[in-house]
Structure formats: C-alpha cells, structure tokens
Write a protein that binds this ligand. Structure first.
Ligand SMILES: [Zn+2]
Length: 345
C-alpha cells in the first residue's frame, strides 16, 4: 500500500481478549474441565453478559457446540487449534511470511462440525454481537472506531486513489478483513486485521482473495498455492517503503488512450513480493491504468500541466511539486503519468 494506517487508542481492541479467553482458557481446554456441557460459569464473570445478553444463536449456541466437540478431541489437535488462535492474530508476522496461519480447511480435517461452529461464532460476533448494547457499552461502537481510525483522511490507503468516508460523514465506508473471514478463523475482530477501505477495493477487487497465498485454479480445482509476503497495513517501518509507479506510453498521448496504449510497473526495492501481492489483492495496475485513461486525467494534463508549462514552469519543477505531497490527490500517479508523457519520444 502507498501509505500505512496508524493505530489509535481504542477500547475496541480489547474484544480480542474476550475471544482469546474463550477459546484458549475454555473451549480448547474442554477435556480438562469438569463440566460435560458448556456453562456460563466457565468464563470470567466480566465476559458472561457478552454471551448471555445477545441472541443465543450468535455466541452461546456455537460456543456450546464447540465445547462439546472439543471434549472429544486429541491433545495434539487441541494444541494445534490453540496455536491457531495465537498465530492467526499475529497479523504483522503473517504478512512478513514469518508464521503459518491455520485455515478453516485445516480445521475441517480435525472436525468439520467444529470448523462450521467456529465460523458461525466469528461471523456472528462481527456482524451482529458487537453492534449490540452489551458490547458497545463496554468496547465502543464499531462506527466510532472506524471514524477515529480514519479521522479526516479521505484517501483509501489500499489503492491510494479512491476515497473513503471520514468522520464528518454520517455513514462510513467498509472495514475490510485483510485476512478474509472465509479462510482464516479467530481474526474477525482483530483490529490489526480491520482496514477502512474504499468501495472499489472492497467490493470490486479484493473480495475473497487470499491475502498470503497465490492460488491458481484450473476448472475450479486448485493446482497451486504459493505462500507470498504482503504489506502489513499498520506497519511502523520508518521510513515506510516508497513504491514508485512507472508508466511508459506506446503511442503519443491523445484523448482516446486505452490501457493497452500504456505500460505500468510498480517498483519498491526490497519489497518486490509485497508489491506483487498488493497488485494481486487490489488490482492496482488495472486501476491505475484506467485512471490514467480517464477524461479527468486528460483534462488535468491539458488544463493544469500544459497550462503551467506555458506559463514557464519546467517539467521537473512540476514533478517536484507533486512529489512534495505525493500521497495527496493521486499526485504519485499524476507524476508517473506526466513522466510517461514526457519520456515518450
Ligand atoms: Zn481503495
């Protein structure tokens, strides 16, 4: 991504402690606990209302099912599941390729009904339970968390060009599960995994793309699954890796350019694999070329760039000004586009 998100202080982060307690201290320890059937007294008293005071179909019922199934599991399987809770929530290390997560397909091998119940729990927790009073009185509302995180920053950090709604809008844009809920258990409420994201990235490009595996299918059968490193969205690397966009033109600029008339390259020295994953997840090259072929970009070229050059500004001065605020207003892409035009001979 062009720019990382910055963590904020929020009570919302703490819902993960509830999840960890439930799965690590109770459900995946079921064979070592006296009660045959899950009982609310098994969880810390402060967490009991969260389970009891929302529709029992959301949390209590899947917890009961998980507990009963785990009663019958081997020590090794329970150990693997516990490791999954720990590892799936270390989002930074997963992005860096330093850890292997557990997927629902792995839990299916241990117990398919368990996999189903865990999925119900994590989906209902995020989609339903956190929006109920008993949760938001304790942890704050998901909308408020989104607004604090986004603040006044309009640009989607994932694509760097489209807009997200900010704290002054009454609505909000989506929070994307960077590690998708359909593949990865235990992370539906982990704030390192929740990204404010524009509609184009969320509903048109990323969809169910697996964040860290490049999956190639033929006739809907998986023929290869390759582990890939990816950018960690809340990276604290300082300075954050710079991604250069390089555009070349195959023909002289005209109003009717199409994406095939240009080539695009994304370059970040030392982060080649992360850049590839970024493009795979968000369709970056396609988005950028479409933007460069838009009416607006052509108008920008004619009305601002050419006009400024007519007033005596040089190409380099123009690019330098764009680079000074490269993440604002698609300036990094405008600079790449103008360099492409300037370099065309
Ligand atoms: Zn976006």
């Amino acid at each position: 991504m062009i720019r990382p998100y910055v963590h904020i202080n929020s009570r919302f982060h703490k819902i993960q402690s509830f999840v960890n307690h439930l799965f690590l201290d109770v459900i995946f320890r079921a064979p070592y606990i006296g009660q045959d059937i899950f009982d609310i007294s098994l969880v810390l008293p402060k967490y009991a209302p969260l389970i009891n005071e929302v529709n029992h179909e959301y949390l209590l019922n899947p917890i009961k099912e998980c507990y009963s199934i785990c009663k019958t599991l081997s020590k090794e399987n329970l150990k693997a599941l516990k490791r999954g809770v720990h590892q799936n929530n270390k989002i930074r290390l997963l992005c860096n390729g330093d850890l292997a997560p557990i997927e629902y397909s792995d839990i299916d091998i241990i117990s398919s009904p368990l996999s189903t119940q865990i999925k119900i729990f994590f989906d209902k927790l995020y989609d339903e339970a956190v929006n109920k009073a008993v949760f938001y009185h304790e942890y704050g509302k998901v909308d408020d968390y989104y607004k604090s995180l986004v603040g006044k920053s309009r640009t989607c950090r994932c694509c760097g060009i489209n807009k997200v709604l900010i704290k002054f809008h009454s609505k909000r844009s989506a929070l994307d599960h960077y590690f998708p809920r359909n593949y990865f258990p235990f992370t539906s409420i982990n704030t390192n995994n929740l990204l404010p994201i524009c509609d184009t990235c969320n509903s048109k490009y990323k969809l169910g793309e697996n964040t860290i595996y490049e999956i190639i299918k033929r006739n809907s059968r998986i023929i290869s699954k390759t582990r890939k490193r990816t950018f960690y969205p809340f990276s604290k690397i300082n300075p954050y890796p710079k991604i250069d966009v390089e555009i070349t033109l195959n023909k002289a600029l005209s109003e009717d350019m199409i994406p095939n008339d240009m080539n695009i390259n994304l370059v970040s020295i030392g982060y080649e694999e992360q850049v590839q994953s970024w493009d795979r997840l968000f369709g970056i090259k396609e988005n950028y070329l479409a933007e460069c072929c838009s009416e607006e970009m052509y108008m920008y070229y004619e009305e601002q760039y050419v006009a400024d050059l007519n007033f005596g500004k040089t190409h380099n001065e123009y690019i330098e000004a764009l680079e000074r605020n490269r993440v604002g207003d698609m300036n990094f892409l405008k600079a790449a586009f103008l360099n492409g035009i300037n370099n065309y001979v």
